[in-house]
Ligand binder design. Structure first.
Ligand code: SAM
Ligand code: SF4
Length: 482
């Protein structure tokens, strides 16, 4: 039974998830096992890595004990994420002892941040491969098989893996991530991403459309367009098939429209939006197409303009609020989520109160809340003192979480009595007699299977009759036989 998660971009329940072997006839000799950590972009990257390795004749296993190659696709965003990976690596020591030919590789942000230092620190690691170097994996594996260590952490200004068709191994067959860009040019002072994933580059619009069309043809009914800052997507040399011979640039609003036009039955989501970059054009495009979901992940990070300035977010509290007002004006009822950091350098109780009051104003449907974790090499680490005591950071985080709990329950309760159009993603976690899916505004909806004709990938109109903190409960209004 598949598990429906509440959000697609940051998903704590998927950390360390391993690929399933579904749909791959596995006759190959060598098998790889891959675990993914961090954000959805990393999970999408693992699908690219799988494609590269399967092309080379590798098979995939979900059991690390059967693997010839173990890969961890890692995250560096907070210290805790790195510690989780370090701990996981120690668990492979025994396997390597029993099977000396076993190769262990570290991919992604931690590989990029630590480079060959990783090999010095973690003796059992054979491969260290950064996010822009996955095409070189086959060669590096060959090197490692001869007993040498394989390291490639070169960042690229061009690599988008646009021509590689990701292998969707852990998929529910209904929803998929599609990377539209890589890297980040913003320099938020707390953030390690610009250092680990390099400069921002946008993927060829034609290859994005092609990937979405293929997904739709294969039965998928929802795509989530992924990037660290999707609103700055800009592809300047579009393929003639997409732009019909014109030379104009493809902006994110245009890309959204092109994906939405593939079919009214294909839902489109996207993540993440930066408050400084989201445009009216994007909002009007969302309002124009019913299949573009009315949901925006718009991380604010703090409610205090002073903190925002130190974080180098390039907007103020007032700017952010005016964006939220604009969203609600153009797309009434639009779902809204955020990321929040408590205890950033010099944060006072006053600053913290501003965060709480901003949350009260914005009434987020969902929030990802963290306490500040200083990352080596970031602007904040070089410029500011990490001077808020850990217990204060954690206490403030608890206050933010407590307020969000109340607000998210209210946001669920507001849906009771309304009708939601739900894309069925599979059986509910708790019962095979119920379907689970998501509403347009990204709420999980569970309802009894009264209609025999509904299947995974169908849309159902569901009357919301009740809710818990995380789930809407409803009743299908789709008549029998439809
Ligand atoms: N690009 C997105 C944006 O601008 O919001 C998000 C990128 S990051 C992968 C996801 C979230 O992790 C951030 O929005 C931020 O809240 C959090 N984060 C990043 N660096 C952090 C740090 N040093 N300590 C705590 N949280 C951090
Ligand atoms: Fe990090 Fe800021 Fe880029 Fe997001 S926009 S990835 S928080 S630097």
């Amino acid at each position: 039974m598949f598990e429906l998660t509440r959000d697609t971009f940051h998903d704590e329940s998927r950390q360390g998830e391993a690929f399933a072997t579904i749909a791959i006839a596995d006759t190959s000799k060598k098998k790889f096992y891959i675990e993914s950590y961090g954000c959805a972009m990393n999970f999408a990257d693992s699908e690219v890595v799988a494609s590269i390795l399967i092309d080379q004749g590798f098979g995939v296993t979900q059991n690390c004990e059967q693997a010839d190659l173990i890969l961890l696709n890692t995250c560096s965003i907070r210290e805790k994420a790195e510690l989780t990976v370090r701990k996981r690596l120690t668990e492979f020591r025994g396997l390597k002892k029993d099977n000396p030919g076993l190769l262990v590789g570290v991919l992604g942000c931690m590989a990029e941040r630590l480079k060959s230092k990783f090999i010095e620190e973690e003796k059992l690691v054979d491969l260290v491969v950064g996010p822009d170097a996955y095409r070189t994996l086959p060669g590096l594996i060959e090197e490692a098989e001869t007993g040498q260590k394989g390291v490639n952490v070169l960042l690229s200004r061009e690599e988008t893996y646009g021509d590689i068709s990701p292998i969707r191994l852990n998929s529910n067959g209904v929803t998929a991530f599609v990377s539209i860009m890589r890297g980040c040019n913003n320099m938020c002072s707390f953030c390690v991403v610009p250092f680990t994933r390099g400069r921002e580059r946008s993927r060829d619009a034609y290859s994005i459309i092609k990937e979405c069309e293929d997904l739709f043809a294969n039965g998928y009914r929802e795509v989530t367009l992924l990037g660290q800052n999707v609103d700055s997507y800009l592809y300047t040399n579009p393929s003639p098939q997409v732009q019909k011979g014109t030379n104009s640039a493809t902006t994110f609003a245009l890309l959204l429209e092109m994906v939405a036009k593939i079919s009214p039955l294909l839902r489109v989501r996207f993540s993440t939006s930066h408050p400084k970059d989201i445009t009216d054009d994007v909002l009007f495009t969302m309002a124009k197409y019913e299949n573009i979901c009315n949901y925006i992940h718009l991380p604010v990070q703090s409610g205090s303009s002073r903190m925002l300035q130190m974080m180098n977010r390039t907007y103020t509290r007032e700017w952010y609020i005016s964006k939220v007002n604009r969203i609600r004006e153009i797309i009434p009822g639009c779902g809204l989520s955020t990321d929040m950091i408590t205890g950033f350098c010099t944060e006072t109780e006053e600053d913290h109160k501003e965060t709480l009051s901003l949350m009260e104003y914005c009434e987020y449907d969902l929030a990802y809340m963290y306490y500040y974790s200083e990352r080596p090499g970031t602007l904040a680490e070089r410029k500011y003192k990490d001077d808020v005591p850990e217990e204060t950071k954690k206490r403030r985080l608890q206050e933010v979480i407590a307020l969000h709990r109340i607000q998210s329950l209210v946001s669920m309760q507001k849906e009771v009595g309304k009708t939601a159009r739900v894309l069925v993603e599979g059986n509910s976690k708790k019962s095979d007699e119920h379907w689970a899916g998501r509403s347009d505004i990204n709420k999980v909806v569970v309802f009894r299977k009264s209609n025999n004709n509904l299947t995974k990938g169908c849309y159902a109109d569901v009357l919301i009759t009740g809710c818990t903190a995380g789930t809407l409960i409803g009743k299908s209004l789709t008549p029998k036989g439809e």
